[in-house]
Design a protein around this ligand. Sequence first.
Ligand code: AKB
Length: 316
Amino acid sequence: MKRILVTGALGQIGSELIVKLRKEYGAEAVIASDIRSVDNEVVHGGPFEILDVTNANQMAAVAQKYNVDTMMHMAALLSARAESNPQLAWNLNMGGLVNALEVAREQKLQFFTPSSIGSFGPDTPKEATPQDTLQRPTTMYGINKVAGELLCDYYHSRFGVDTRGVRFPGLISYVTPPGGGTTDYAVEIYYEALRTGRYTSFIDKGTYMDMMYMPDALQAIVDLMEADPSRLKHRNAFNVTAMSFDPEQIAAEIRKHIPAFELNYQVDPVRQAIAESWPNSIDATAAMREWGFKTTHDLSSMTEDMLQKLRTTIMS
Ligand code: AKB
């Protein structure tokens, strides 16, 4: 990777990925792009372009302008937002991906895009969900993700594009809050624990989902993109995970730092149904074997770090 175009650079993953990539490869080597602009490090810390991923010509022109050799396509609607506007989700998630893959094919770029645990469905084995298994998702987001995984495989086998990707679990970070996801409760809970000492969860107790701390997720992207291609049997959609918990377990961990923390429930039927259609825990051994995937944070160390970092942010 020498010159990398990142779409959706102001989103939850993009905004931290840009900072990490600029540290690793140099500020000028990372071109951040998003449909909007804001006053922050992503926009001012290196090249930035306004880019609507549904506009194929605009995307091709930006890639060409900077002579990029890598595209990281992050722009997408998350699960709950996709469910509230399925037509928009199809247009943005699929339209954007097809445009990005076409630019990668035409300009011979290495390509990364994330899939998700949302690509699994209620018929998928729930525990230690295997890398290769039944995928019949019941949400628009999941349908987009499965189609995206297959499309990335297709662009590799049919056109030789160096496509790579992972199935991310819920990502937890103290920098940019997620928006419109089903796993967002596991981020909100930390903010509310510090601000008010209580949280009302829209996901029910006993609902387990895979999660990962953002620094591990970013490292996974870099490691996969740097991996020796001859070792990659799967290429796209590697299961990756660091932990699996339900709201009670994260609350118990928070109480080790804020003993009076209170957790209540007001379950949102839409997001609860999405969560119940996803695995409880996935198996990441293919990623470990094929490109050395590893994580450094579990629930306990993530909670300690989140609370410490957020305390500084909230206080300032
Ligand atoms: C969501 O909840 O939609 C995302 C995901 C797991 O893909 N965080």
